[in-house]
Design a protein around this ligand. Sequence first.
Ligand SMILES: *[C@@H]1O[C@H](CO)[C@@H](O)[C@H](O)[C@H]1NC(C)=O
Ligand SMILES: *[C@@H]1O[C@H](CO)[C@@H](O)[C@H](O)[C@H]1NC(C)=O
Ligand SMILES: *[C@@H]1O[C@H](CO)[C@@H](O)[C@H](O)[C@H]1NC(C)=O
Ligand SMILES: *[C@@H]1O[C@H](CO)[C@@H](O)[C@H](O)[C@H]1NC(C)=O
Ligand SMILES: *[C@@H]1O[C@H](CO)[C@@H](O)[C@H](O)[C@H]1NC(C)=O
Ligand SMILES: *[C@@H]1O[C@H](CO)[C@@H](O)[C@H](O)[C@H]1NC(C)=O
Ligand SMILES: *[C@@H]1O[C@H](CO)[C@@H](O)[C@H](O)[C@H]1NC(C)=O
Ligand SMILES: *[C@@H]1O[C@H](CO)[C@@H](O)[C@H](O)[C@H]1NC(C)=O
Ligand SMILES: *[C@@H]1O[C@H](CO)[C@@H](O)[C@H](O)[C@H]1NC(C)=O
Ligand SMILES: *[C@@H]1O[C@H](CO)[C@@H](O)[C@H](O)[C@H]1NC(C)=O
Ligand SMILES: *[C@@H]1O[C@H](CO)[C@@H](O)[C@H](O)[C@H]1NC(C)=O
Ligand SMILES: *[C@@H]1O[C@H](CO)[C@@H](O)[C@H](O)[C@H]1NC(C)=O
Ligand SMILES: [Zn+2]
Ligand SMILES: [Zn+2]
Length: 601
Amino acid sequence: MVCFTHIVLFFFFAALSTVDTRSIQNNSDVELLIQNRIVEKKQLSATIASYRHRFEHSPNFKKLRWALSEKLTPPYCEFCHLFVPAIRFLIEINETIHVENVTIALCKDIQLFLNIEVCVGAVLEYKDAAIEIFSMSPLTNKELCALAFDCEDQKDFPILRWNVTIPGSKPSPRPPQPPASGSPKLKVLHLSDIHVDFAYKPGTQADCHKPLCCRDGPTIPGPNGAGFWGDYRNCDLPYWTAQSILRYASELEEDIDFIYYTGDLPPHNVWNQSRADQLYSLTTINQLLAATFSNKTFYPAVGNHEAAPCNMYPTPSIRTDNITWLYEALADSWATLGLPADTRESIVRGAFYTTMVRPGLRLISLNMNYCAPENYWLFVNATDPLGQLQWMIQWLQYAEDHGEKVHIIAHHPPRSCLAAFSWNFHQIINRYENTIAGQFYGHTHNDEFIVFYDEVDKKRAVSMAYVTPSLTPQSFLNPGYRIYTMDGAYENSSYWVLDHRTVIMNLTATNMYNRTILLNEYEARDAYKMENLFPADWDNLIQRMQNDIDGSLMSSAYQYYTKSYTNGTSCNRSCRRGLLCNFKTARSDDPHACDSIPSYY
Ligand SMILES: *[C@@H]1O[C@H](CO)[C@@H](O)[C@H](O)[C@H]1NC(C)=O
Ligand SMILES: *[C@@H]1O[C@H](CO)[C@@H](O)[C@H](O)[C@H]1NC(C)=O
Ligand SMILES: *[C@@H]1O[C@H](CO)[C@@H](O)[C@H](O)[C@H]1NC(C)=O
Ligand SMILES: *[C@@H]1O[C@H](CO)[C@@H](O)[C@H](O)[C@H]1NC(C)=O
Ligand SMILES: *[C@@H]1O[C@H](CO)[C@@H](O)[C@H](O)[C@H]1NC(C)=O
Ligand SMILES: *[C@@H]1O[C@H](CO)[C@@H](O)[C@H](O)[C@H]1NC(C)=O
Ligand SMILES: *[C@@H]1O[C@H](CO)[C@@H](O)[C@H](O)[C@H]1NC(C)=O
Ligand SMILES: *[C@@H]1O[C@H](CO)[C@@H](O)[C@H](O)[C@H]1NC(C)=O
Ligand SMILES: *[C@@H]1O[C@H](CO)[C@@H](O)[C@H](O)[C@H]1NC(C)=O
Ligand SMILES: *[C@@H]1O[C@H](CO)[C@@H](O)[C@H](O)[C@H]1NC(C)=O
Ligand SMILES: *[C@@H]1O[C@H](CO)[C@@H](O)[C@H](O)[C@H]1NC(C)=O
Ligand SMILES: *[C@@H]1O[C@H](CO)[C@@H](O)[C@H](O)[C@H]1NC(C)=O
Ligand SMILES: [Zn+2]
Ligand SMILES: [Zn+2]
C-alpha cells in the first residue's frame, strides 16, 4: 500500500510556508531567519515580503488556516501550488538548515491531524531527500504538484512524456487455447505483502492515531485491544501468525512447483525505519520462508516498503543517495531462496532480472519503484529509469524469437505507475500479447484482476494481470495467499493460468478460538462460472457482472476483494461500478477505461 508520505510532504510544505508568513505559529527560528535575511541581504527582503504578502492574501492560505482551526483535512492541491514555490525559494537562499526545526515546530501545531511522534519521525526520515529532490528536479512547480498530489493530468506536461522504442512486425494474435486434457499442470504458490510486524503486541490499542497500531502502550482488555493472531484495524501481521500460515501452506499444498513472491516485507511504521530495520525484516522473513519451503525456488520481486525511507529508490543519477545497500542484500537473500546465481548482477544494478523457470518459460521480475509516483526521486528524472522497460522489450523480443512464453511479476500493478511508464507498458503488453502468458502483482492488498485490451480493437482482451491478495490483514482484510494452476511443463506448453484458488485465514474465528483457522475461500473457474481463465473469459465475466450489477457474481467479486472480511451487501452500486472499473483499468490516467460501463442511476 501507498505510504503516507503524501501527507508528510504536505506538512513539509505547510511548515515552510511559516517562513514567509509567521501566520500559523509563533516560531523563533522563523523570526530569526527572516530578520537575518533582511539585514544581511537587502535585495532579498523585497522577495520575502512579496511571498509573505502572497500567502497572507491568498484565499487558499486562508482556507488552510481555517482548515487547521476547524481540524479538517486541508485541500492538498491548492496548497501544493503555494508551497512548492516557497520551498524552492528557501533552497535558493540557502536556508534549508531551518527546515527541520520549523517543520517539527509545525508538527506540534498540527497534532490533531497527525500523531506527533509520527510527524517528527517522518520529518527526520524524508527531509534530506525532499530538499535534494526539490533542488534537482527540472519539473516546474505545477508539474511537481501534478505528480505528488495527482493534481492534474500528468500527460499534459511535455517534460513527463517519453516513449520507449518498440520493434514492429507484431505477429498476428494467437489467443490461448485450452490444453489437451490430461496434459501436465504446474502448481504455483503466490505470496505477497507479508508485512510482518516484529513489534506486534497482543492487547495493545488497535485503533490508534498512527499509520500502524497494535504495537505499543499498555494492554487494554476487551475488543479495543489487538487480537492475539492479528487485527483488522491498522495492524500488520504478527510473526507467529505468518509462521502459522506459511506452515499450513507448506504442509497442505502438496507438490508446489515454485513460488512467486512479490515484495513488501516490513511493517507499516514508515515514520521510523532504519536500513538495519529493513534488512532485519528481509533476512528474518526470507530465512523463515527458506526453512518452511525447503527445496522450493522462490521468484521474488522488490516491494515499495523494502527501502528506508519507504518508497525512496534513488536512480543512479542521484549522487546524494544510493540504494546499493538494499540491492546487494536482496541479491544475497534471493540467492538463498533458490534464484540462479546469474541473476545477481542485474539485481545489484536495479533489483530487476530475468531467468528461465521451466524450459520455454521465461520470468521477468520488474522493479516498479522506478515507475511509482511515491518514489519522489523520479521527480528528478522519470524517463525509463535504468532503461528497465527497454530492457524488458529486448527480452520479450528474444522470447518471441526463441518461442519462449513469459511471465511478468512485480510489486505494483502497472496502473499504479506514472502515466508515461504505464502507457508505454500497456503498448508493450499489446505488442507481445502472444508471448506474455501471465502477469502477477501485489501491493493493493486486495484480491483483484486486470484485463488488458487491444489498443486498436478496444473490445478485444489481450492479456491478464492478477493482483494477488496480501498476507497482512492491513486494513480490514483477512490474511491470504493464492495458488495458481498453470499449463505446463511440457514441450510447447502455453504456461497460461488455468485456474486459481485463494486461501484465507478467518481472523475473527482464529482470534475467537485461539487457533489458526484457514479455509479455501474460492476457486476462480467455479465461483465465477468460467470456462477458462483466458483474457476473453475474464472480459466475459465483466460483461456478466455489468449486466447484473446487483447480482451474486458481483457480490462475490466484492467479497473476495476484501478476502471475505465483508460481503457484497456492503458494496452499493457506485462501489460495484468502481470495482468493475478497476478490473478494466490497466493504465493510470486513462480517462476512457471505464466508458463502456453504465452509470447505474
Ligand atoms: C510570540 O512569542 C513571544 C515571546 O516568545 C510573545 O511575547 C508573543 O506574545 C507571542 N505572539 C503570539 C501571537 O503568540
Ligand atoms: C548557497 O550556497 C552555495 C554554496 O554553499 C553558494 O555557492 C551559493 O552562492 C549560495 N547561494 C546564495 C543565494 O546564497
Ligand atoms: C534546532 O533546534 C535545536 C533545539 O531546539 C537547536 O539546538 C538547533 O540549533 C536548531 N537548529 C537551527 C538550524 O536553528
Ligand atoms: C523509533 O524506534 C526506536 C526503536 O527502534 C525507538 O527507540 C524510538 O523511540 C522510535 N522513535 C519514534 C519517533 O517513534
Ligand atoms: C510518443 O508516441 C506517441 C504515439 O505513439 C506520440 O503521439 C507522442 O508524441 C510520442 N511522445 C514523445 C515524447 O515522443
Ligand atoms: C531437498 O533436496 C535434497 C537434494 O536434492 C534432498 O536430498 C532432500 O531430501 C530434499 N528435501 C526435501 C524436504 O524435499
Ligand atoms: C553506490 O554505492 C556503490 C558501492 O556501495 C558504488 O559501487 C556505486 O557506484 C554507487 N552508485 C552511485 C550512483 O553513486
Ligand atoms: C533522464 O534519464 C534519461 C535516461 O536515463 C536520459 O536519457 C535523459 O537525458 C535524462 N534527462 C535529463 C533531463 O537528465
Ligand atoms: C513444438 O513447436 C515446434 C515449433 O512450432 C514444433 O516444431 C514441434 O513439433 C512442437 N512439438 C510438439 C511436441 O508439439
Ligand atoms: C469467520 O468466522 C466467523 C466466526 O466464526 C464467522 O461468523 C464468519 O462467517 C467466518 N467467515 C468466513 C469467511 O468464513
Ligand atoms: C492463545 O494461544 C497462544 C499459543 O498458541 C497462547 O500463548 C495464548 O496465551 C493463548 N491466548 C489465550 C487468550 O488463551
Ligand atoms: C452479509 O453480511 C451482513 C453483515 O455484515 C449479514 O447481515 C448478511 O446476512 C450477509 N449476507 C450474506 C448474503 O451473507
Ligand atoms: Zn503492501
Ligand atoms: Zn506496496
